[in-house]
Design a protein around this ligand. Sequence first.
Ligand code: FDA
Length: 307
Amino acid sequence: MLRTPLLLAARSQTARTVVERTPMTRAMVDRFVAGADLESALPTVADVTRDRHVTLDFLGEDTTDRAQADATVRAYEELLAALGEGGLAKRAEVSVKLSAVGQFLGADGESIALDNARRIAEAAKAAGTTVTLDMEDHTTVDSTLGILRELRTDFPFVGAVLQAYLHRTVADCRDLSGAGSRVRLCKGAYDEPASVAYRDKHEVDRAYVRALRVLMEGDGYPMVASHDPRMVAIAGELASAAGRSADDHEYQMLFGIRDKEQSRLAAEGKTMRVYVPYGTEWFGYYMRRLAERPANMLFLARSLVTR
Ligand code: FDA
């Protein structure tokens, strides 16, 4: 019931002002975000990479300002240099939202985003790690997959997220299930219309399994991005049935969610990667985490009442 209003609020400046001024917000944000800058995020990376892998996201999205898009690219270049120099690149890669590097900058947005993503991919290549393109709302999917195709010509290690709730995704999984292709499959975090997406939880779960089957039976590298114990168990069965070993698929969860389970799966010998966001532009990311789990909202409300 709260999901749609929370996801609408995620794109509202008024809601942003109210939420940012709410005293308990900080504690909740700290649960999901590793720090305001690279310096404060790096200890988390060092800690998590003791038993798991990491993908780092420099927070930001829906950028309408060229200078901000450029600043985001520089932040990724700095991050990737730090991963390379710190010997972390074997266990840490980066995730990038194309809307943060220019995809929405008018008629030239797509080519600006492509050029900027190339710079990030160059820096990842120099550091010896990979890049995964996040997937945003359904209006961006064709553009994001087009940019992915272009990037992979020169940087075949670039992967992308696909969202199981979209009706199109099984077909996209087929297109991206070839050798060398890295696909992070998630359920999907945006408020999408029924014309393009499943909206019922059980339908989304069934769609997730259909898409995962295609990826596991393909020749690429499937990345199972879900905290749902059923999806994780089914992924294990599909991987075994397809003859996959622990190093040709992986599990992924978000920083701050099911932390013990992440370490348990890693201790079982599975490849487990944690999505670690950092930066000051946390509002949209944080609101999507609230929308995913009503209990997070209740926790926030209780904190406000008992303050
Ligand atoms: P589900 O929502 O059914 O949750 C299963 C269980 O996980 C819950 O019962 C609860 O225990 C726990 N849980 C889930 N969310 C929680 C939360 N916010 N707080 C506390 N507990 C929670 N989406 C997208 O549209 N584009 C993208 O690029 C990405 N990228 C991405 C990367 C990675 C590594 C992950 C793990 C997820 C994403 N997502 C995403 C988000 C994804 O689409 C989805 O919204 C969330 O992962 C929640 O879905 P689950 O599969 O975890 O299942």
